[in-house]
Design a protein around this ligand. Structure first.
Ligand SMILES: O=C(O)[C@H]1O[C@H](OP(=O)(O)OP(=O)(O)OC[C@H]2O[C@@H](n3ccc(=O)[nH]c3=O)[C@H](O)[C@@H]2O)[C@H](O)[C@@H](O)[C@H]1O
Length: 445
């Protein structure tokens, strides 16, 4: 198709060739080449084909392989500024013993534990995808608190293997506190795949990264009281069966527990699962009843109180955030190191499961009465049959194991805890907290 020419060709011949449908092209070496117009057209088609193929591979990678989910971030996480921010956040201060990656650091529990760790000198790096399941403004406000304390949050999805691997290349994490998840029991009927994406896919992506690391970090992660599902024996103990989940949310948390066991068994990852019982408190989750009921009572809107099929009241073992933070920190402190390295197990590793509850279940109606007392306002109660969206009738934790192993001793009763929450709520929304848009257009059930 292309014929090599030379500057020695006579102008007459060049003219002839042009007329015959050839392009004259000068190469870097000074030689001229004559390429037929047909070949040029083919070359252009080839370029277009290659470009479209490149875009298709990129799109395929983004949507199915979790590879660079946010191209901006992907490139951003190679920048010098990014590396500096990560390293400075991970640096331990005086008294600090651990270097912890906290996933879900802009979340409710994640933000509290991150601050607690940082305040005692541990190195803390956060990871959060700032999804809009509930108002992002609240997550940003929590993140601003962390930033003030010197904690950098990597903004990425857990499924983003590229970002995770860059992060672990930079920092030798001694521990991972994995709290990122798609939360909420009832929203799972609306958006089941969000739970599979974060709680199953994201968890496995993280475990893969941890198992391949050298050294492997010890992992402490959030399970849930919901794994007890339809069990009727109370209080719930860690040795009870957990194979009757009542919601898809619970099923994904149960899946996490069995997945964690597999990684512990095959790769020697040290793993601790914490079964949280309806955690509440300042900087909490607007989708949860204590928060949304408060908002409705303040606004003079009715609240819906669910009741069982025979008119029974539901009850929860509401647990105050400060107690849960202590449980998380003690779990990190007592976690033994993982025994494997770069995907190879050396010996048996620690595997633990703990309930972190309050041990004092309260009926939802009584919990509303306590809120009314602190808000000095009556709720407009609308008692309705429990919708078929995955709720269980009651939860009640036995925390003996956590008491023995972690020194866990919940000390905040619901009255005290809700008083602290209401004080925070009033102050936050009085001082410019984003009230507008709070759960706007969002109906979890
Ligand atoms: O322990 C957990 O593992 C879970 O705790 C939390 O789930 P739940 O215990 O369901 O909390 P939450 O929604 O505050 O409802 C509290 C009570 O109010 C009742 N409830 C709720 C809403 C409503 O409109 N009416 C109502 O009666 C409702 O029936 C219930 O009896 C977390 O959201 C979840 O992510 C997970 O961490």
């Amino acid at each position: 198709m292309a014929s090599k020419g030379s500057s020695l060709l006579s102008p007459h011949l060049v003219k002839l060739l042009d007329a015959d449908g050839y392009h004259k092209v000068k190469a870097n070496n000074g030689h001229y080449y004559y390429i037929s117009r047909m070949a040029m057209r083919h070359t252009n088609w080839l370029k277009t084909f290659c470009f479209i193929s490149f875009l298709s591979i990129l799109a395929w990678g983004c949507f199915f392989q979790g590879f660079p989910l946010y191209p901006g971030l992907y490139f951003g996480c190679s920048s010098a500024a990014w590396k500096k921010a990560v390293l400075s956040s991970a640096a331990r201060q005086e008294g600090g013993q651990l270097t912890v990656l906290v996933t879900g650091a802009a979340g409710f529990v994640g933000s509290h534990v991150s601050l607690a760790l940082k305040s005692r000198g541990d190195g803390v790096v956060g990871l959060d995808n700032f999804n809009d399941y509930y108002p992002v403004a609240l997550k940003r406000a929590r993140a601003a608190n962390l930033q003030k304390a010197g904690i950098f949050i990597v903004e990425a999805d857990l499924n983003d293997r590229v970002v995770l691997s860059k992060l672990f290349d930079r920092v030798r994490f001694t521990h991972v506190l994995h709290l990122a998840a798609q939360a909420g029991v009832r929203y799972a009927v609306k958006n089941p795949l969000a739970y599979v994406h974060s709680n199953v896919g994201g968890f496995v992506t993280l475990l893969e990264q941890c198992k391949n690391s050298k050294p492997q970090p010890a992992i402490v992660y959030a399970s849930s009281s919901s794994v007890y599902g339809l069990n009727s024996k109370v209080p719930f103990s860690e040795d009870d069966r957990t194979d009757h989940p009542a919601s898809l949310y619970a099923a994904t948390k149960k899946a996490d527990e069995v997945l964690a066991h597999t990684y512990n068994h095959i790769y020697g990852l040290s793993i601790t699962a914490l079964r949280f019982f309806t955690v509440y408190g300042p900087w909490g989750r607007p989708d949860m009843a204590y928060f949304s009921f408060t908002r409705n009572i303040v606004d003079g809107q009715p609240i819906k109180i669910f009741q069982g099929p025979h008119g029974e009241e539901l009850a929860r073992d509401f647990t105050f955030i400060d107690d849960v933070v202590k449980g998380c920190v003690a779990s990190l402190d007592t976690a033994l190191p993982s025994t494997g390295s770069e995907g190879k197990k050396r010996k048996k590793a620690q595997f633990r499961i703990f309930n972190l509850g309050n041990t004092q279940p309260v009926k939802v109606g009584d919990f509303v009465s306590i809120l009314e007392k602190h808000l000095k306002k009556k709720a407009k109660r609308n008692v309705i049959p429990m919708p078929a969206t995955g709720d269980v009738m009651f939860t009640h934790a036995n925390v003996t194991k956590a008491q023995v192993a972690l020194g866990y001793n919940p000390s905040t009763d619901l009255d005290t805890g809700l008083g602290i929450f209401v004080k925070w709520y009033k102050s936050y929304y009085k001082h410019g907290g984003e009230h507008e848009g709070m759960l706007k257009g969002y109906k979890p059930y």
